[in-house]
Design a protein around this ligand. Structure first.
Ligand SMILES: *Cc1c(COP(=O)(O)O)cnc(C)c1O
Length: 348
């Protein structure tokens, strides 16, 4: 067991905060006549407030992920979880957040929104953590965001490096595993019992195909989950979202099939693009996208756009010169991408 005490890292006003107590917080038994929440009494699908703690959905997720319900927080997308973590632990104008670009942009945006300081420690040329630099500032920062598989590179961060950072025991370590279903590598979620400073983020937006529903998951020590529950908006996930997600999660077979198809397409597209003159390098991806370095990213981006194909130009990010991030689509969509690129193969 680690001796990290998340309580010590909480902002003091949050320690003392008395949370809003909703009608459904104060009564959760088997009542039949609900005159407590100022709802419209005429029954249809939506007249009641949703379960603020999403018990039924969490139980389902608990079964799939093999994580106890008490260690699960659900947010309106991972983005809500990211914001709540920063708000719970980061003191505005005072505390610092470490990001390791190139990585997911929301960590920095959300930290800045919360008026926190950013310490940027770029990944090394092999897209791995600069653990020496991070160790040098051990104790200086409050929260660190690690993304593995990383967006926009698709690469995994070395386990030993992450282990070192967790063991430094001086910060909240957030590992964002939005793309975990596309890799055979093990999730960090099994480490939350032994590491009380660890928060693992996953989402139903990617492999599970529910980006439109907005459900993000945080797995952590029970005390951290309690804090997130305390400061979240009471009804952060709608009843339609909860029931639809539950139904989608029942269909593990279709999930597996689509995920495997996407992984197969990733390998197929990799091989084809790798042979093209306009492609200089492709990063080995463990996610559902490829980061490709091309001869002229802006030109190719615009040429693709003219054919109705929208990709992401990531050239502005460190280590991403002339790089496009291309999401793996359906086989037909990928074919269209390939044939379009073949026609403009000689772009310089
Ligand atoms: C897509 C993505 C998410 C998902 O965010 P949601 O708000 O759950 O849709 C989280 N982290 C990373 C790195 C992503 O790429």
């Amino acid at each position: 067991m680690s001796n990290f005490d998340p309580e010590k890292y909480l902002r003091s006003h949050i320690k003392e905060l008395i949370p809003y107590s909703s009608a459904r917080d104060e009564y959760s038994g088997a009542g039949k006549v609900f005159l407590d929440a100022n709802e419209n009494p005429f029954e249809d699908s939506f007249n009641r407030y949703p379960d603020p703690y999403q018990h039924r959905l969490k139980k389902k997720i608990s079964g799939i992920k093999d994580i106890p319900v008490e260690n699960i927080f659900l947010g309106n997308g991972s983005d809500e979880a990211i914001d709540l973590i920063l708000r719970a632990f980061g003191e505005p104008k005072k505390d610092s957040v470490v990001i390791t670009p190139p990585t997911y942009g929301m960590y920095e945006v959300s930290a800045r929104l919360n008026d926190l300081k950013i310490i940027s420690i770029p990944l090394k040329g092999n897209f791995q953590l600069d653990t020496n630099k991070i160790r040098e500032i051990n104790g200086v920062f409050k929260i660190i965001f690690l993304c593995s598989p990383n967006n926009p590179t698709g690469t995994l961060l070395n386990r030993e490096d992450i282990e070192k950072i967790i063991k430094m025991q001086n910060s909240i370590v957030v590992i964002d595993e939005a793309y975990i279903d596309f890799t055979k590598n093990e999730s960090w979620s099994s480490s939350i019992t032994n590491s009380s400073n660890l928060i693992v983020l996953q989402t139903l937006s990617k492999a599970w195909g529910m980006a439109g529903l907005r459900i993000g998951m945080a797995f952590a020590n029970k005390r951290i989950i309690e804090v997130l529950n305390k400061i979240k908006p009471p009804y952060n996930i709608s009843s339609t979202t909860q029931s639809t997600a539950y139904r989608q999660l029942e269909d593990q077979k279709s999930f597996n099939k689509k995920r495997d198809l996407i992984i197969g397409e990733r390998e197929r597209v990799y091989k084809i693009l790798n042979e093209m003159d306009c492609v200089e390098n492709i990063v080995n991806s463990e996610a559902n996208f490829l980061l490709i370095r091309v001869t002229n990213a802006e030109k190719i981006y615009n040429l693709l756009l003219n054919k109705g194909i929208v990709v992401r130009n990531r050239s502005g990010l460190p280590l991403c010169d002339n790089s496009l991030r291309i999401t793996i689509g359906t086989p037909e969509e990928n074919d269209k991408l390939v044939s379009t690129l073949e026609n403009l193969n000689s772009v310089r």
